[in-house]
Design a protein around this ligand. Structure first.
Ligand SMILES: NC(=O)c1ccc[n+]([C@@H]2O[C@H](COP(=O)([O-])OP(=O)(O)OC[C@H]3O[C@@H](n4cnc5c(N)ncnc54)[C@H](O)[C@@H]3O)[C@@H](O)[C@H]2O)c1
Length: 246
C-alpha cells in the first residue's frame, strides 16, 4: 500500500516565489511533505512564501539559467534535506513578440530560463534520483507548446520541454523515476495578468469553461504526479486548461 500523501518526501520547486510554484509548495506542505526547497531568483518572494505557509520550507536565491547557481542550490538542498524525491521545474518567463519583431535578447532569455534552467536542474538531480532508485520529476510546459502567435520563443521552449519529458521518462522508468509534464493555460497568476487585457479577455472567451483557472487547481494535479498514486503514469503531458482544445 503506497502513501497517498507526501510524508517523508523532500521536494524542490523552482520559481516557487509566486503563482503556480507557490501554490504547489503550499499543497506539498499540506500533504505532509517532509521539506520543500524553493529555488527562485527573487529571494524576498520565496522567503515570504515560506513564512506564510510555515512548515519545513527553505528559500534559496537561484537563477535557474545560471548553471553554477543551480549546482550550489542543489548542494544547499542536500545539506539541509539529505535527499531529493521530487523536482518541479516550474520557473518560466515570457518575452512575447511577433517573430519578425523578436530580439535576440527576447529569444535567448526565454530559452535560457525555460529550457536551459530545466536542463541544469535535471543535470544535478537526476543522478541522485537514479542512485536512490526513486524520483518524481514534474516539468511545467504550456498549451502554447502547440503554437501561439507572439510566442515563437516560448512555444519552442515548451515544445522542447515536452520532448525532453517523454524522453527522460523512457530513460528513467526502470530506475523507478517518473517524469511527467503539466500543460497549463489561463491560470490566474501575475504572468497571466501581464498579458494585455484585450488578449486575455479574448482567450478567456475562447475557453469553453469561460474562466481563468486557479493556481490551486494546477497544484492538485501536480500533487497527484508527485505522489505514489501516479507510480504507473510516466512520460505524459497533462493539460490543465479548463477544457482541452482538441
Ligand atoms: N499562468 C499560466 O496561465 C501559465 C500558462 C502556461 C504555462 N505556465 C507556466 O507555469 C510556470 C509558472 O508560471 P506562473 O504563471 O506561476 O508565473 P509567474 O511569473 O507568476 O511566476 C514565476 C516564478 O518564477 C520565478 N522565476 C522567473 N525566472 C526565474 C529564474 N531564471 N530562476 C528562478 N526563478 C525564476 C519568478 O521569480 C516567479 O516567482 C511557468 O513555467 C509558465 O511558463 C503558466
Amino acid at each position: 500500500m503506497s502513501n497517498t500523501n507526501l510524508s517523508g518526501k523532500f521536494a524542490i520547486v523552482t520559481g516557487g516565489g509566486q503563482g503556480l510554484g507557490a501554490a504547489m509548495v503550499k499543497r506539498f506542505i499540506a500533504e505532509q511533505a517532509a521539506g520543500v526547497a524553493i529555488l527562485d531568483y527573487n529571494l524576498e518572494k520565496a522567503q515570504a512564501v515560506a513564512e506564510e505557509i510555515g512548515g519545513n520550507i527553505i528559500a534559496i536565491a537561484c537563477d535557474v539559467s545560471k548553471e553554477e547557481q543551480v549546482k550550489a542550490a542543489i548542494d544547499q538542498v542536500l545539506a539541509a534535506f539529505g535527499r531529493i524525491d521530487i523536482l518541479v521545474n516550474n520557473a518560466g518567463i515570457i518575452r512575447d513578440a511577433m517573430f519578425h519583431k523578436m530580439s535576440d535578447d527576447q529569444w535567448n532569455q526565454v530559452v535560457n530560463v525555460n529550457l536551459n534552467g530545466l536542463y541544469y536542474c535535471c543535470k544535478y538531480v537526476v543522478p541522485l534520483m537514479r542512485a536512490q532508485c526513486y524520483g518524481k520529476i514534474i516539468n511545467v510546459s504550456s498549451t502554447s507548446a502547440n503554437g501561439n502567435a507572439g510566442q515563437c520563443n516560448y512555444s519552442a521552449t515548451k515544445a522542447a520541454v515536452e520532448g525532453f519529458t517523454k524522453t527522460l521518462a523512457k530513460e528513467s522508468a526502470r530506475k523507478n523515476i517518473t517524469v511527467n509534464a503539466l500543460a497549463p493555460a489561463h491560470i490566474d497568476t501575475e504572468m497571466q495578468r501581464s498579458v494585455p487585457a484585450d488578449i486575455l479577455e479574448r482567450s478567456i472567451k475562447s475557453n469553453p469553461s469561460q474562466r481563468l483557472g486557479s493556481p490551486d487547481e494546477l497544484a492538485a494535479v501536480a500533487f497527484f504526479l508527485a505522489s505514489d498514486d501516479s507510480s504507473y503514469v510516466n512520460g505524459v503531458v497533462i493539460p490543465v486548461c479548463g477544457c482541452h482544445p482538441t
